[in-house]
Design a protein around this ligand. Structure first.
Ligand code: DGY
Length: 326
């Protein structure tokens, strides 16, 4: 009997090819987030679950199938899964790190430039036929060269953004993380600072942290009030790390210059007022949306499944302690 794989949404075909010969595969193919009912049905049926970051894999879902062998998340972040409970039940949870680093770093870099140079506003204005002839004072933005970029969370993506901004534009880099990285400091002349110092001194702040109870609303009213009036906030990590309501207020009052967001507190809904602001650039959680990254994610997510189904440890397991229990 071939093992059964349930995939909760359409993903690039390339990864699925690895499964075709050796597994039975069912894909939820509607263009919407799978309902709880359909998810339960799929999980009951399968041996391995390949899920998306929009699926809440909570205790109830885990309990649906006592024989579930693996939860393979099609994402690097895994805050959508109750890891503690999956671990208790001995189920490996895997993710897809590394392969989307460049895509997300490039998107973050694009957002930095877009918000600093008011690209969305400019686009809207010219499309609406509201531009006169060339005007010396039209849509003045902020130059990035020699400004200070503050990176919160120096994982691969945060470092990738710093690399691009430092090497190609010549920004100075500050960073804050739970640990220091002296190699990074040497390579990019970067300075490790406290979170408060980073907020106070940076002209551009970019967030690259996981969503944990300790990082929820890391940037709220107080943090925003520490930022320079001329500073920009960029987030491509997880929406709830920013108190979005407080951000809207700060942007409305021009307490900071602008924000560029790829992720939202109640995705895909936006906090009231956010969409009306001119000093924001918004993208719909598409930072990793390149053909290359999404294809590689599908390959990695399926490879993780095949490893576990063949009795091996998957390379990217977020709760490796489950293997010791077996
Ligand atoms: C992830 O993989 O966690 C990203 O948010 C997807 O874009």
């Amino acid at each position: 009997m071939k093992p059964k794989i349930f995939i909760t949404g359409k993903i690039p075909e390339k990864g699925l090819k690895f499964l075709q010969d050796s597994c039975q595969v069912k894909v939820y193919s509607k263009n919407q987030v799978i309902s709880q009912k359909e998810l339960i049905k799929g999980v009951k049926w399968c041996d391995a679950l390949l899920c998306l970051l929009t699926d809440k894999i909570n205790k109830k879902i885990v309990d649906v199938n006592p024989n579930l062998k693996i939860i393979s998340n099609y994402a690097v972040g895994y805050n959508n899964i109750d890891i503690k409970y999956a671990t208790k039940k001995g189920i490996p949870v895997t993710n897809t790190p590394g392969v989307l680093t460049d895509a997300v770093a490039e998107h973050t870099f694009a957002l930095l430039l877009a918000v600093a140079r008011r690209i969305s506003e400019s686009d809207k204005l010219i499309r609406a036929g509201k531009c006169n002839d060339w005007e010396p004072m039209l849509l003045l933005g902020s130059q990035m060269k020699s400004k200070t970029l503050g990176v919160i969370g120096l994982g691969k993506i945060g470092a990738g953004v710093a690399e691009r901004a430092h090497k190609s534009i010549g920004v100075n880099v500050l960073y804050h993380d739970i640990k220091r990285n002296s190699k990074f400091e040497r390579e990019y002349k970067a300075k490790f600072v406290s979170l408060n110092d980073l907020l106070k001194k940076s002209d551009f702040i970019t967030l690259h942290i996981p969503l944990l109870p300790s990082t929820k609303h890391l940037i709220g009213k107080k943090g925003l009030s520490m930022m320079k009036k001329t500073a920009y906030l960029i987030n491509t990590s997880r929406g709830p790390v920013i108190d979005e309501e407080a951000l809207v207020q700060a942007l409305k009052r021009k307490q900071i210059a602008g924000a560029a967001l790829d992720v939202f507190e109640n995705e895909p809904k936006l906090s009231p007022g956010l969409a009306k602001l001119d000093n924001v650039v918004l993208t719909p959680h598409t930072a990793s949306a390149t053909v290359e990254a999404r294809t590689a994610m599908s390959e990695l997510a399926t490879k993780n499944i095949l490893a576990v189904l063949s009795g091996k440890k998957a390379e990217f397991t977020v709760n490796p302690e489950v293997y010791r229990k077996r």
